[in-house]
Write a protein that binds this ligand. Structure first.
Ligand code: PLP
Length: 387
């Protein structure tokens, strides 16, 4: 990997993120959206995405959708949950709460099982909630809660849902393509992810991978024309085309990103690189005195939340500027109870880059005159995980 360049900094963010040069290069031509060559590109993309499921996947299909990840979350909820349905949303962060907000906007019934930011979820509580409320038809779960970096126990949540005879929908925006997903292990109706996360494409669209039976059942549920997953699916299967103008260059870039993903060893290879990135980052930052929000057990290989140092000389905005001047764009925190910031492990970067990130963090603290990176006592990791 190359050295950090302040004029084109590494994006240590959960998308848009740093892409490979060949991915950006793939955008330098025009495509007719109804042309055979572009139809083939769309088909290659759909096939490759379904093939990322572990084990048998012939019962599944992929429906890409214009817009950012949230558009496809809305499309999934609007299409797979019928108007008389009700969702249970296990929540330990901002992305679960966004799902609840979308449900409210759609005028669909839902109930939130709120654990609080960064707090673990478990299958037993979902089983209890489902037993208490027979009106619940679907459980909608976040795979990696990007607001904290927490990896949620998908298998336990899906099993509890299946045992209670309900349907499982997944926001795997920041995990799909880097963490394995097996329909045998995690029975689900639909999962959403987007172009600019672990597949390392550029932003512009997202996609839903769904059980064909659930796609059939979704016919007529949507109260939106543009976000109708069933209609997009059936139109695409009939014509090979998107219903409305597709982001052609983004898709060309994404297909190149999918080829790179395969060359890296698929989901296992991608996940292994991200895990090394995380391990080097966490070890180096701890060595510099920083404390992580989460215990290692819950820490995903996607993004890490660090608590802000208690030292009065530390200010996040100044730290951000100094990191950026060294070629690294980091991410503000999204925790309600503690001051924090986040550093992403995903994108076209490796452990060598992560070592440079740690060196830049040390140098930035020094610039600011922060002698000790430890957070205040009330913010210590032990306290947070006991809340
Ligand atoms: C990125 C992300 C989203 C979608 O965000 P957009 O800004 O709409 O692309 C949703 N859920 C999770 C968990 C995410 O990481």
């Amino acid at each position: 990997m190359t050295r950090a360049d302040p004029s084109a900094p590494y994006l240590l963010t959960p998308g848009p993120l740093t892409t490979a040069p060949s991915v950006r290069q793939a955008m330098l031509r025009d495509w007719g959206s109804r042309d055979e060559a572009f139809i083939a590109l769309t088909q290659e993309m759909r096939t490759r995405l379904v093939a990322m499921l572990e084990g048998a996947h012939e019962d599944y299909d992929c429906v890409p959708m214009q817009g950012s990840g949230t558009f496809s979350i809305e499309a999934m909820l609007n299409s797979f949950i019928p108007s008389h349905g009700k969702a249970l949303i296990p929540s330990n962060g901002a992305y679960a709460r966004r799902i609840a907000k979308v449900m409210a906007c759609l005028g669909r019934d839902s109930t939130v099982l709120e654990k609080g930011d960064g707090q673990p979820l478990c299958g037993a509580e979902i089983a209890e909630a489902l037993a208490r409320d027979p009106a619940i038809t679907h459980v909608v779960a976040v795979h990696c809660e990007t607001s904290s970096g927490m990896l949620n126990p998908l298998h336990a949540m899906a099993s509890a849902t299946r045992q209670a005879g309900r349907r499982f929908l997944i926001d795997s925006m920041s995990a799909f393509g880097a963490l394995p997903l097996s329909p045998a292990d995690v029975p689900f109706d639909a999962v959403v992810s987007s172009a600019n996360k672990c597949i390392e494409g550029v932003p512009g669209f997202a996609f839903i991978v769904a059980r064909k039976g659930a796609l059939e059942e979704a016919r007529g549920n949507s109260r939106s024309l543009s976000l109708d997953v069933h209609d997009q699916w059936s139109h695409m299967n009939r014509t090979g085309q998107w219903r409305f103008t597709p982001p052609t260059q983004c898709i060309a870039a994404f297909v190149e990103a999918l080829r790179l993903h395969e060359a890296e060893g698929g989901v296992a290879g991608r996940g292994a690189r991200y895990a090394r990135n995380r391990d080097v980052l966490v070890a180096g930052m701890r060595d510099a005195g920083f404390v992580t929000l989460l215990d290692d057990h819950w820490q995903s290989p996607v993004i890490v939340t660090f608590l802000c140092p208690a030292d009065a000389a530390f200010e996040f905005d100044r730290f951000y500027e100094r990191m950026k001047a060294r070629g690294f764009v980091i991410y503000p925190g999204k925790q309600t109870a503690v001051e924090s910031f986040r550093i992403g492990c995903i994108g076209d970067l490796d452990e060598d880059v992560m070592r440079q990130v740690v060196a830049a963090a040390r140098a930035s603290l020094e610039d600011m005159g922060v002698a000790n990176a430890a957070p205040s006592l009330v913010q210590s990791s032990a306290e947070v995980s006991q809340r």
